[in-house]
Ligand binder design. Structure first.
Ligand SMILES: [Zn+2]
Length: 162
């Protein structure tokens, strides 16, 4: 079975940034990541790279910023009240943290400056503007359960837990 839209794929990956440093790796967590393809659960460049592959395939793919975390927007600085941060009192410039949005979502931001009541953050994703290299080992391709299609993501090992 080949990987394509609406199949659940499991894979190990290591992501390297432009400076050659490893940004993230599923191998550090021990378990491959499982995703339902074609539902925007992973960056577009990786979805494309997985399409048509089979279990056992190993490959390296370079993904442009446009197909990864987007280009860096120089005007994406914002002043945000401290109450929207977790552990605001410990934050300092340069820290990467997660901001809770009013609509209930989350966003990874970088702290620029900490003030008395508010924190200035760079809303760009820390990996925005970077070309990323993915080393991928596809370990499994399977049909989704109906409930996984309904939810738009994979369940079970390496998938969504809820
Ligand atoms: Zn679900």
């Amino acid at each position: 079975m080949n990987a394509e839209k609406n199949k659940v794929v499991s894979f190990h990956y290591t992501v390297t940034g432009e400076d050659g440093e490893v940004v993230d790796s599923s191998r550090e967590r021990g378990e491959p990541l499982s995703v339902l393809l074609g539902h925007g659960n992973i960056i577009p460049g990786l979805e494309k790279a997985l399409d048509g592959r089979a279990a056992g395939d190993m490959f390296t793919v370079q993904v442009s910023p446009e197909e990864a975390y987007g280009l860096r927007n120089p005007d994406a600085k914002q002043r945000v009240p401290k109450k929207y941060f977790q552990g605001a009192q410990k934050l300092k410039a340069g820290d990467v943290t997660v901001l809770s949005l009013k609509d209930g979502g989350h966003r990874v931001v970088t702290v620029v400056k900490v003030g008395m009541t508010a924190i200035d953050v760079d809303m760009n994703h820390p990996l925005a503007g970077q070309k990323l290299t993915f080393d991928v080992e596809l370990t499994d391709v399977r049909e989704p359960e109906p409930v996984e299609l309904q939810h738009g993501h994979a369940h079970g090992k390496g998938g969504h837990a809820h």
